[in-house]
Design a protein around this ligand. Structure first.
Ligand code: CP
Length: 306
């Protein structure tokens, strides 16, 4: 059990806790494959999804995870809340807490908002992505997906490719992958690479790593966080950073392509790779990441509230 612990970033977890979450997720995978996808584990608990920024995967995944554990799940949407009438975020959080809820899942466009919420609330808080800072449950579900594919993750080479400037996924995944003994290669052009990553093992073109990596992890181009054009053109991006069939065929036989979603088709990943079928479909594991996300989030909710 994790106790009544908030999950604010990857470094708030010890390696032993990460192992415990992944092992626990194994037992929750089966529940989603059953005819009746529900267990009474968290009956009587109330969880609130507070999303101040759009989401498809994370929000639905937490909701499904909570419901499969029989918790009551409430979805708060900032666009239809009293924030629109001028209520502050702190008063909004205190109002929700006054309704005697047991756990909050929070996404916000400003880095640090989830940590601020954790300081003023006395229930566990899970960071569902804050600004450019962290997205710890994405990192956990990605690690779980890699573990299911490869077994032992230690020593695996993962090339993380794309927009580091704006990516909370990169910041979380690098920390977690390194904690688990994986080798991370940062692939980005100088204009998408902040100073703090430049001292790592870096490459500027996906071709430099394509034949050697076990995992090619494509970051989403965060177009909504860019107040100016950060890359000359999609054509240039495709030339140096995108994954397509020609590059997939040069990867190791058992190497995989990952992406946190949502994908900008034709920018990070070619249309052709998004529609692979048959044997080749197993090389691009984006849907498996989503499926595994439910089991990992069930494990987290269980270990915090169970
Ligand atoms: N990967 C991810 O966080 O996707 P959403 O924005 O759809 O939740």
């Amino acid at each position: 059990m994790l106790g009544k612990k908030s999950i604010l970033d990857v470094l708030s977890l010890a390696k032993s806790e990460v192992v415990q979450i992944l092992e626990s997720a194994d037992s929750f995978v089966d529940i989603s494959d059953r005819e009746i996808k529900k267990v009474p584990t968290l009956r009587g608990k109330t969880i609130v999804n507070l999303f101040f920024e759009p989401s498809t995967r994370t929000r639905a995944s937490f909701e499904i995870a909570a419901k499969r554990l029989s918790a009551d799940m409430v979805n708060f949407s900032s666009s239809t809340s009293s924030l629109k009438k001028g209520e502050s975020i702190i008063d909004t959080l205190r109002t929700i807490l006054a309704m005697k809820v047991d756990l909050l899942v929070i996404r916000h466009s400003d880095s640090g908002t989830v940590r601020m919420a954790d300081r003023i609330l006395d229930v566990p808080v899970i960071n569902a992505g804050d600004g450019k800072y962290q997205h710890p449950t994405q990192a956990l579900l990605d690690l779980y997906t890699i573990k299911k594919k490869f077994g032992d993750v230690s020593g695996l080479k993962v090339a993380i490719v794309g927009d580091y400037l704006n990516s909370r996924v990169a910041r979380s995944n690098i920390k977690l992958f390194e904690m688990m003994g994986m080798e991370v290669i940062v692939v980005a052009p100088a204009m998408l690479l902040p100073e703090d990553f430049s001292k790592m093992n870096t490459a500027h073109c996906i071709d430099d790593v394509i034949e050697d990596a076990d995992i090619i992890y494509m970051l989403r181009m965060q177009l909504e966080r860019q107040d100016r054009k950060l890359y000359p053109s999609v054509r240039e991006y495709n030339r140096f950073l995108s994954i397509n069939m020609e590059r997939l065929l040069r990867m190791k036989k058992n190497a995989i392509v990952m992406h946190p979603g949502p994908v900008n088709r034709g920018i990070e990943i070619s249309d052709e790779l998004m529609g692979l079928e048959g044997e080749m479909a197993g090389r691009v594991v984006i849907e498996e990441q989503v499926t595994n996300g439910v089991a990992v989030r069930m494990a987290l909710l269980y270990l915090i509230l169970g």
